[in-house]
Design a protein around this ligand. Structure first.
Ligand SMILES: NC(=O)c1ccc[n+]([C@@H]2O[C@H](COP(=O)([O-])OP(=O)(O)OC[C@H]3O[C@@H](n4cnc5c(N)ncnc54)[C@H](OP(=O)(O)O)[C@@H]3O)[C@@H](O)[C@H]2O)c1
Length: 251
């Protein structure tokens, strides 16, 4: 690793160092998608530890989440790309009042060539849009039948910021996260007015996960920072696109 890269990573990590994290979330019923790996798995573990009930959505593979032995965990299998799978979520949440939702599931979609303006395939773009953006609306529609959730967190990325886009390419990922940001803003207006729900988009940053093996923050630390953010200022986050420190990112 070059010196410049080393220093950049060093100062990036430094920004997120905190002595103490607040997590005052307990006794809540929480839906987390993408809970078999990365940030979703780390959030699931933290929230179970602090005494919540978690409904964890997996695409198919549940090898990691299955290792957690807890009577407060219900695993739901739903490939979010497939509309016919959503009845699994509906069935498992019948008569359940969900308090918090973490829409963490996401897919990157392929290499820059595969996602380029000359290389993209429309069916793949539709899949990424379903998994990364439209799933959030479908899940909200199911939950809102019974629940007035307090918080909905949508996992976005600075790659979805129109203003910050200096690089081009990555059509699937960028478009899907931009769409997610748009529906975050819309839902924040609708649901905050009706139920007082806080809806916001978060860019979790550069986190070491399957999606980003070269990431420099551990998923456990990322999860703690997100819970700290919600515990400290959930009301102020409504309708915003923020990083792990709560700083706003331009849409
Ligand atoms: N890590 C970063 O640096 C970074 C940066 C910016 C934004 N993000 C966002 O953070 C979120 C969490 O990602 P991560 O970094 O924790 O990566 P990850 O470990 O790959 O987690 C993504 C999760 O989403 C699940 N998923 C993907 N497609 C799905 C589908 N069709 N149906 C249901 N579940 C599906 C995956 O399940 P399978 O493994 O079974 O496919 C996986 O468990 C994503 O939305 C990502 O875009 C991450």
């Amino acid at each position: 690793m070059g010196l410049r890269r080393f220093l950049k990573n060093f100062f990036y990590k430094k920004k997120f160092e905190k002595k103490k994290y607040i997590n005052n979330i307990s006794d809540q019923k929480i839906l987390i998608t993408g809970c078999n790996s990365g940030i979703g798995l780390a959030l699931t573990k933290e929230l179970l530890k602090s005494g919540n009930y978690v409904f964890g959505v997996v695409k198919q593979n549940s090898n990691n989440i299955n290792k957690i032995k807890s009577s407060n965990l219900k695993i739901i299998t739903c490939d979010l790309r497939k509309i016919e799978n959503y009845d699994q979520i509906e069935k498992n949440l019948e008569d359940i009042k969900i308090d918090l939702v973490f829409n963490c599931a996401g897919m990157f979609g392929g290499s820059s060539d595969e996602q380029s303006i000359t290389g993209f395939e429309i069916e793949k773009l539709k899949d990424v849009l379903m998994a990364n953006s439209l799933s959030v609306m479908l899940i909200a529609k199911i939950i809102l039948k019974n629940s007035k959730p307090k918080v909905i967190v949508n996992f976005s990325s600075d790659a979805g910021s129109i203003k910050l886009n200096k690089g081009g390419d990555y059509y699937y990922y960028r478009i899907s996260k931009t769409a997610l940001n748009s529906l975050t803003k819309n839902m924040s207006l609708d649901l905050n007015g009706k139920f007082g729900t806080t809806v916001f988009s978060i860019d979790p940053g550069n986190v070491a996960t399957n999606m980003n093996p070269g990431g420099i923050i551990e998923s456990e630390k990322c999860a703690k920072l997100i819970l700290d953010l919600i515990s400290s200022n959930d009301k102020e986050l409504n309708g915003k696109f923020v990083n792990l420190l709560g700083d706003e990112i331009p849409w």
